[in-house]
Design a protein around this ligand. Structure first.
Ligand code: PGA
Length: 248
């Protein structure tokens, strides 16, 4: 009923060489992978990645501007992403929130801009270790989700993917246990269901945070985990392909 998606977030890693080597490997096996495969390289490589991906893989951006166009040095607009025929953009990644000070309000503006341009917004949410330890996980995560849900209509959920990424599990080698992840995914889906129970079943909710070939299967077996947002492991073709194959 809802799409399984495995997304690779290269962050500020990789090179033209990696684009030209890794993407053809993914294209080669794409016929054997049931999940939708999305690769998000640094923006400088998006055009080349798109050319390598053909129609078999989706290519997405890691960020976008909330502004339409104009004097915003260093920014990339949603119209530019659409111009390259990209269909996805990550929004509100915890590194954007923590390092570049992106607020919930800015995240909402970016989601609205992306959806308005016909793109799918991959909204990233997640709690810090301190928030988990103080028992605030669901308050924080559902708060981040609701800030966005309150500003978009349920008819726009077809252009929304949610990625739950506990901040303490990103790049640390610590994965949330499949039960910990499922608990949050289920809570997010219940929150969606408060607005529209049927549509809540159609929104893909991905897990992110130290996903590897070795732990992907157990995560994907959970009822409300519809795929993964993979950082470090997406830079290694064999590892990433193995994760993609497990999302059936
Ligand atoms: P990681 O990153 O897989 O390297 O933990 C995930 C992410 O930040 O999207």
């Amino acid at each position: 009923m809802r799409k399984k998606i495995v997304a690779g977030n290269w962050k500020m890693n990789g090179s033209l060489e990696l684009v030209n080597n890794l993407l053809p490997r993914l294209v080669e096996v794409s016929g054997e992978i049931q999940a939708e495969v999305l690769v998000c390289p640094p923006s400088l490589y998006l055009a080349q990645a798109k050319a390598q991906a053909g129609s078999q893989l989706a290519i997405g951006a890691q960020n976008c501007s909330e502004q339409v166009s104009g004097a915003f040095t260093g920014e990339i607009s949603v119209a530019m992403l659409a111009d390259l025929q990209l269909a996805h953009v990550l929004i509100g990644h915890s590194e954007r929130r923590a390092i570049y000070g992106e607020t919930d309000e800015l995240v909402v503006s970016k989601v609205q801009a992306a959806i308005g341009a016909g793109l799918t917004a991959v909204l990233c949410v997640g709690e810090t270790l301190a928030e988990r330890e103080s028992g605030d996980t669901l308050t924080v995560v559902l708060g981040q989700v609701n800030t966005v849900l309150s500003q978009i209509g349920t008819d726009q959920w077809s252009q929304l993917v949610i990625a739950y990424e506990p901040v303490w599990a990103i790049g640390t080698g610590k994965t949330a246990s499949s039960e910990q992840a499922q608990e949050v995914h289920k809570a997010i889906r219940q929150e969606l269901a408060r607005s529209d129970a049927d549509k809540a079943e159609t929104v893909s909710i991905l897990y992110g945070g130290s996903v590897k070939a070795a732990n992907a299967g157990e995560l994907f077996a959970q009822q409300d985990i519809d795929g993964a947002l993979v950082g470090g492991a997406s830079l290694d073709a064999d590892e990433f392909i193995s994760i993609c194959r497990q999302a059936g």
